[in-house]
Design a protein around this ligand. Sequence first.
Ligand code: CA
Length: 221
Amino acid sequence: MRLLLVEDDVALAEGLKKDLSRAGFAVDVAHDGVEGEFLGSEVDYDAVILDLGLPKKPGLDVLSAWRQQKNTVPVIVLTARDAWNERVDGLRAGADDYLGKPFHIEELLARIDAMVRRRVGRADAVMEVSGLILDEQRQEVKTEEGECLSLTGTEFRLLRYFMNHPGKILSKSRLTEHVYEDDADRDSNVIEVYVRRLREKLGKEIIRTQRGQGYVFGDPR
Ligand code: CA
C-alpha cells in the first residue's frame, strides 16, 4: 500500500517513514502543504497522514482542496495533543481520523489499518481471503492447512494489496504503484517475478492472469 506523509518536521518525517516502511508501506514524503496537495491530487494513495501546521499552505486548506476535487482518499490528521478545536476542524474539513502528537507508531499503524479496512469495505480486522489468513504484524501467511509461511518484504506488500482487493482485476502498473517503495524499482516486469513466487508458495490458482489486463486474486466466484 502506498502512503503519503505530509509533515514539515524533517526528523519526525524521516522516523515515521522508516517505521512505516518497516510495516510494509511504500511512503512518499512532502514537507510543505503545496507539495503535499500536489502529490495527493496526482497519485492514487491508499491513505494520507497529514500534519495540520505546514509551511506554504495549512493542512486544513490542503484537505479542503482535495475534498472539493472529490478526492476520497482516507486522511488521518496529526494535531497538537490538547487542541480539541484542531480535531474538530480536521474532521469537519473531511478527515477520516486524527491523532494527537506525540503518538506511538503502533497507534498510527492501527488507525491506518482501520481506515484502509473501511475504505475497501472489510469488516474484520483479520485479513482472511480464500482460506488464507495474513498476519500483518509478523508478515506471515497461514494456509487453510494451518501451515505458516514467511514472506519477504515485497511478497508481503504484494499479497496484502491483493487480499485487500480480492476478485478485482489489478493491472501491473497499479500493483507496481502500490507495492514499490522507490521509483528505481518501478519496473512492472518485476511484478511478474513476485506473482510467480506467490503462486509457488500459495498455489498456482490463487492468482489468475487476465491476458492484457493484469491479475485477479482469490477463488473465482
Ligand atoms: Ca508542523
